[in-house]
Design a protein around this ligand. Structure first.
Ligand SMILES: Nc1nc2c(ncn2[C@@H]2O[C@H](COP(=O)(O)OP(=O)(O)OP(=O)(O)O)[C@@H](O)[C@H]2O)c(=O)[nH]1
Ligand SMILES: [Mg+2]
Length: 438
């Protein structure tokens, strides 16, 4: 395999910038870069100068050498920790390429780690998830996957299935009348208890798990002046939107990102919905409705002190009665409204809990390992379908070979999660979503 190189730190200036190389040529390329004939000490930080081709010092910094196979990729890996200047890093990268390395493709280091057996495929995906996680809660899940927890779960299921398959296959050679009647019941019970139940349990976590990484969009709509912008400012903790007692203040759709119980949420504040002759306001109202259409959750807000705002302006997932500080109790309000004061913060916590519930939150203290990737969920769903197709044929000795076929397919579906079997065709897609240098 050729030697790949990339800048591993993000674009832009920083204290330190890292260039990574992996491949059999890494050491000799970097020896030329450092103008030394001696080999580098393994896994030992050493301070070096990095030279241009004409012999002047381009930069200096730390060098780390991880000889194969004890490295991230399983190949010889060298990391150069230079100064974090985009200009210097680009020049350094060009220099190692001139000396024989090739620019790495997105995710190519991690792909090599998978190909060299350093990581299972689902762990490699967890590397990308760790980097992409927008909240600590998501990052913690990614870390559990990276530690192999999900892989062990899938492996365990595959082992159980292998055991069941062995029974089915052992019977294939027997004449029908010699197959004990109890066998089918045992197989069914074993499948349900040791394979299907854990799969269903895992699948039940996928809505929230995927949500944790994809995030959600929440739009606030309502009549003018009800306090939409005030709620946006409170939830984002910033003075983002202009707030005024004058109806029709907000015209554009404003976006802020905030964390809702660890779920990354994009919150949209919109123009108050009303008829207007003002062209700009009309456009704002149009955009408000469009935002509500696209959002995962729409909040309709009304003003407790102004009954004119109570008529329903649109269908919503949640109805909020704001300015509850201005009224005594909830008498006379339509029932579906939950009471808050965006101004004082009263009721806002329970509104947030309600939104988290709508987003399928599994309470933090009940949160186990979650399925966080669509690919993993789909593979498990496929496996489940094959298992059930096989299960439905249990009882019919003539169908034993078909049952075995279905269950073997289920086994392969789970194997693909871990990168076992013929997975070449999915690797390109998975690793193209990585950043370069990882
Ligand atoms: N007493 C009280 N006043 C509030 C509350 N929330 C907002 N207000 C006031 O209501 C007025 C309108 O607030 P905004 O947040 O600008 O309302 P809006 O819904 O964004 O209005 P438009 O952008 O015009 O549609 C401001 O004077 C706020 O200070 C609240 O909970 N209690
Ligand atoms: Mg506003």
């Amino acid at each position: 395999m050729d030697t790949i190189a990339a800048i591993a730190t993000p674009a832009g200036r920083g204290g330190v910038g890292i260039i990574r190389l992996s491949g059999a040529g890494a050491e000799s390329i970097v020896r030329k870069l450092c103008r030394t004939t001696k080999t580098f000490a393994a896994r030992h930080a050493q301070h070096r100068s990095f030279f241009t081709s004409d012999g002047s010092v381009l930069d200096n910094g730390l060098l780390l050498y991880f000889p194969a196979p004890a490295s991230y990729t399983g190949e010889d890996v060298i990391e150069l920790q230079a100064h974090g200047s985009p200009v210097l890093l680009r020049a350094l990268l060009e220099q190692v390429i001139a000396l024989g390395a090739r620019l790495a493709a997105p995710g190519e280091f991690t792909r090599r780690a998978v190909e060299n057996g350093k990581l299972h495929l689902e762990q490699a995906e967890a590397v990308a998830a760790c980097i992409d996680a927008a909240t600590l809660r998501a990052a913690r899940q990614a870390q559990r996957h990276l530690q192999g927890e999900f892989g062990r779960l899938i492996n365990g299921l595959m082992d159980e299935l292998t055991g069941l398959l062995a029974h089915v296959e052992a019977c294939l050679d027997f004449p029908e009348e010699e197959i004990p009647a109890l066998l089918f019941e045992q197989l069914r019970a074993g499948l349900e208890e040791t394979v299907l139940k854990p799969i269903d349990k895992a699948l039940a976590t996928s809505d929230f798990g995927e949500r944790l990484f994809q995030g959600a969009t929440v739009a606030i709509i309502g009549a003018p002046n009800v306090g939409k912008s005030t709620l946006l400012n409170r939830l984002s903790g910033r003075d983002r939107a202009i707030i005024s007692p004058q109806p029709g203040t907000t015209r554009d759709v404003l976006e802020v990102d905030f964390e809702l119980h660890g779920i990354p949420v994009r919150l949209l504040d919109t123009a108050g919905l009303r008829e207007s002759n003002d062209m700009i306001e009309q456009e704002g109202v149009k955009r408000a409705r469009a935002a509500a259409q696209c959002a995962d959750i729409t909040i309709v807000m009304a003003d407790a002190s102004n009954p004119d705002s109570w008529h329903v302006v649109a269908d919503a997932d949640t109805y909020v009665m704001n300015k509850c500080d201005l009224v005594d109790g909830a008498h006379g309000f339509p029932e579906r409204y939950c009471m808050i004061s965006a101004h004082s913060g009263e009721g806002v916590e329970s509104l947030l809990s309600h939104l988290a519930e709508l987003l399928g939150e599994i309470p933090a203290d009940e949160e186990g390992l979650l399925i966080t990737s669509r690919r993993h969920r789909q593979q498990l769903e496929r496996a489940r379908n094959h298992l059930i197709s096989g299960e439905e044929m249990l009882g019919d000795a003539m169908s034993l070979d078909l049952i075995a076929l279905e269950w073997r397919q289920a086994w392969s579906c789970m194997g693909e999660i871990l990168g076992i079997g013929d997975v070449e065709h999915i690797l390109d897609r998975i690793f193209s979503q990585f950043c370069i240098g990882k």
